[in-house]
Design a binder for this molecule. Structure first.
Ligand SMILES: NC(=O)c1ccc[n+]([C@@H]2O[C@H](COP(=O)([O-])OP(=O)(O)OC[C@H]3O[C@@H](n4cnc5c(N)ncnc54)[C@H](O)[C@@H]3O)[C@@H](O)[C@H]2O)c1
Length: 253
């Protein structure tokens, strides 16, 4: 059976991925703030390094897969926390465990969002992709939560597309899911937010398939993308959003 590492496995989508992988008999190393095999605050570079070192210690023979799932929603303050966890931690830890993935020709599934397609490739996205964390954090703090969140996922998707060919040449498949609104603690905090709650509720009510998603529905697709059944899939970003992206951007794919 395989060895997988996962950030953000304590709740929501990450917990569902952890459960499905463990039910399939795999070893899953969980990194999270307080509940996990490795407890680390991924908003800080020291926490990211603790995660990388801890995964190396627990998976010395290599990784079959890595899922950087830890993330913060648009209701979080300060907004720079979104920038730090959703983009910089996901990229730093993926790069930090690359050697372990190469060893087993493993696979990475990143967790983007259908909101990534709702913002353009702007100055904020460029700062993220240029690895300028301090400036990107300052800029995100001067914006709003939706812009910081969607921009972090836009940049993560661009990072994946830019790097997937190079990883693939080493036998490592980089892919992402782009979930729509999913019933988790993250989305429930947004629904409870004074500024964002009504917009989020209206968004949830307009899902073409008629309901918001469940974490297990994202985990199903993530586990497929990690598996040998997806062995020719690399550089793909798969929308799992009940038809929302198709409704909003019918001519773009
Ligand atoms: N729920 C949605 O509607 C939705 C939609 C699209 C994308 N996503 C993405 O899915 C991923 C999982 O989110 P979720 O909805 O399951 O939320 P969640 O809040 O249930 O889970 C997020 C996890 O990340 C962990 N985490 C947060 N900050 C951290 C930090 N500084 N260090 C270490 N761990 C930290 C939390 O402890 C938690 O276990 C996120 O990347 C999110 O952006 C969620």
């Amino acid at each position: 059976m395989g060895t997988y590492a996962l950030t953000g496995g304590a709740t929501g989508i990450g917990a569902a991925i952890k459960t499905q992988l463990r039910e399939a008999g795999h070893q899953v190393i969980v990194v999270d703030l307080a509940e996990g095999d490795i407890c680390a605050d991924l908003s800080e570079p020291s926490g990211r390094q603790k995660a990388i070192d801890g995964i190396h210690a627990l998976a010395a023979n290599g990784l079959d897969g890595f899922i950087p799932c830890a993330g913060l929603g648009p209701s979080v303050r300060p907004f720079s926390l979104i920038t730090k966890v959703n983009y910089f931690a996901a990229v730093a830890i993926t790069e930090g465990v690359r050697d372990l993935l190469v060893r087993r020709k493993g696979s990475v599934v990143m967790i983007s969002s259908n909101s990534a397609a709702m913002v353009g490739h702007d100055e904020y996205v460029d700062l993220l992709l240029d690895d300028r964390e301090t400036e990107a954090c300052e800029l995100s703090d001067s914006k709003d939560g939706h812009t910081a969140y969607a921009g972090s996922k836009h940049a993560l998707s661009c990072w994946l597309r830019r790097n997937a060919p190079d990883y693939a040449r080493q036998g490592v498949r980089l892919n992402a899911v782009a979930p729509g609104i999913i019933d988790t603690p993250l989305s429930n905090k947004v629904l409870a937010d004074k500024e964002l709650g009504q917009v989020m509720k209206d968004f949830g009510d307009s899902v073409p398939l008629g309901a918001i998603g469940k974490p297990e529905q994202i985990a199903d697709v993530v586990c497929f993308m990690l598996s040998g059944k997806a062995s020719f899939m690399a550089g793909s970003i798969v929308f799992v959003d009940g038809g929302h992206d198709a409704m909003l951007r019918p001519d773009q794919f």
